[in-house]
Design a binder for this molecule. Structure first.
Ligand code: BG6
Length: 474
């Protein structure tokens, strides 16, 4: 998170992408870097080196990247002149991640740029690769000393961070044999979303919420991330993951942390991350005999016929977990986390439902319905916040009706475009600000929360409840 747009505050940077020929680079990383560049965030001395097995000339790579930008950039098609300028910062190397020469050449390149720029470059190694290749690349970098400069070298790791607690531990231990924790940026793109970042601002920059933010006033919290798409072309990955691994262990638990954590003392990376780990540690472990009651799963109709999905798959495409937090603030307040694919609509929403008023002084005829007050955080779409309350309808009779007080990004910040999550996060990495990234202990604690459910479902022959495509789930 960056207080001011001051490109010069970023020192000369080399951004190395392993897996530069892949989908993530094409759809997300390069459009984000291009937009950062257009908006003046990148320094004068700036090089992006794409590394991939694919044989491609530098020009072909640039053209491929430009096609992606033209399709996916929030700022629309690239302008010829601006593109020509940006393309001078692009470099492509087709290389084998298993070959020592790949890393020796890279080390030479880093040294040469250091000389050219007269200072050690800030180097970001971005792993846009399959989890199976991570160790090879990390060790390759380590062997030639590219991880040694603790102050200038960083590595970005994409999810999945393991597929259970043990594999996450193994991944963390492998990474920290080469890089220090302060050099490792585990990315969760939900944390880059403006509306998710705004949860901290809403809670801790305003006086009116915090006094109510506890079990005395709040009855229940619901975090829903619904998607209308199915697994699309990712059946091979998804069928081994499922909704809990793909969404709840990371994105939904991140939102949960921001809603439930204690106030930070200062707005600093480790302070905020400490507070998140603390509340995750307070989540009551789900006992095996409670799994059926606290966790629900579903599978959309036709999922088993999707490409690369097993015809007898029990993988859940919908999951709902009810968590309880054993601390003073939240005792007795259920947190319901749910997510699913092939649902009726794409909507990510947090609902904070308040307790009912202690005494109803109004005559029954004045209030046909007593809805609870609710605070709704619309993460996407229709980004904003609503407070649902009762108001007197105008007119001589006494009649109370539910109304919404709302804040919408599209109205209040109409002139401020919303950056894509990856823009925020990539700039943070280059500025070495880890506030919006997950520390190793947080990833492991999040796995600990979901493991009882994954274990129970993994050992059960029960099948997820089938739900129709386009419904709200089971
Ligand atoms: C990804 C999941 O992390 O997040 C996908 O792997 C999911 O399955 C996606 O579709 C959702 O992200 P967003 O930003 O579209 O809500």
């Amino acid at each position: 998170m960056h207080p001011t747009n001051n490109a010069s505050s970023l020192s000369s940077t080399l951004f190395v992408i392993f897996g530069a020929g892949g989908d993530l680079t094409w759809r997300k990383l390069m459009p984000a870097l291009y937009n950062l560049w257009l908006d003046g965030w990148l320094p004068h001395d700036f090089v992006i080196t794409g590394i991939d097995r694919r044989q491609m000339s530098k020009d072909d790579f640039a053209q491929h990247i430009r096609d992606g930008i033209d399709q996916f950039s929030r700022q629309g098609k690239s302008d010829d002149k601006q593109w020509a300028d940006f393309a001078t910062h692009l470099d492509y190397v087709s290389a084998d991640f298993g070959a020592a020469a790949t890393f020796a050449d890279l080390a030479e390149r880093v040294a040469a740029l250091g000389k050219e720029w007269s200072q050690p470059p800030n180097v970001v190694y971005y792993l846009a690769i399959s989890p199976a290749l991570i160790q090879m690349v990390v060790e390759g970098l380590g062997k030639v000393g590219l991880a040694d400069d603790r102050d200038h070298a960083s590595i970005v790791v994409e999810k999945p961070f393991g597929r259970d607690l043990d594999s996450a531990r193994a991944l963390n231990s492998m990474l920290t044999q080469t890089f220090a924790e302060t050099q490792i940026y585990r990315i969760d793109h939900y944390l880059g979303k403006e509306t998710v970042q705004n949860i901290l601002a809403m809670r801790f920059a305003n006086a009116i919420f915090e006094p109510l933010w506890n079990r005395t006033s709040i009855e229940r919290v619901e975090i829903t991330v619904a998607e209308s798409v199915g697994v699309e072309h990712r059946g091979g990955y998804y069928d081994h993951a499922g909704a809990v691994r793909d969404m709840i262990q990371n994105h939904l638990l991140q939102i949960f942390c921001l809603i439930s954590m204690e106030p930070p003392i200062v707005f600093a990376a480790d302070e905020i991350r400490d507070k998140k780990v603390e509340v995750l540690r307070a989540v009551r472990p789900i006992a095996p005999e409670k799994v059926d009651q606290l966790a629900k799963r579903g599978q959309y109709e036709g999922y088993r016929q999707e490409p690369d999905v097993s015809a007898s798959s029990n993988t859940e495409t919908f999951a709902q977990l009810t968590l309880h937090v054993d601390n003073w603030r939240w005792q007795g307040v259920p947190f319901v986390l749910r997510t699913g694919k092939a649902l009726k609509d794409k909507v990510s929403l947090v609902k904070i439902r308040f307790r009912s008023i202690p005494h109803r002084a109004f005559p029954a005829a004045a209030v046909p319905r007593w809805p609870r007050n609710e605070l709704q955080i619309h993460i996407q779409p229709n980004e904003g916040i609503d407070i649902c309350m009762l108001a007197k309808e105008p007119g001589p009779e006494l009649l109370l009706k539910p109304v919404d007080m709302n804040f919408r990004y599209s109205e209040d910040f109409a002139k401020k475009p919303m950056p894509e999550a990856y823009e925020t996060l990539l700039l943070d990495v280059m500025q070495r600000d880890a506030t919006l990234f997950m520390r190793g202990d947080q990833v492991e604690t999040a796995w600990r929360v979901v493991m009882p459910v994954l274990d129970a479902w993994g050992h059960s022959d029960d099948q997820p409840t089938v739900y129709p495509v386009g419904s709200w789930g089971p």
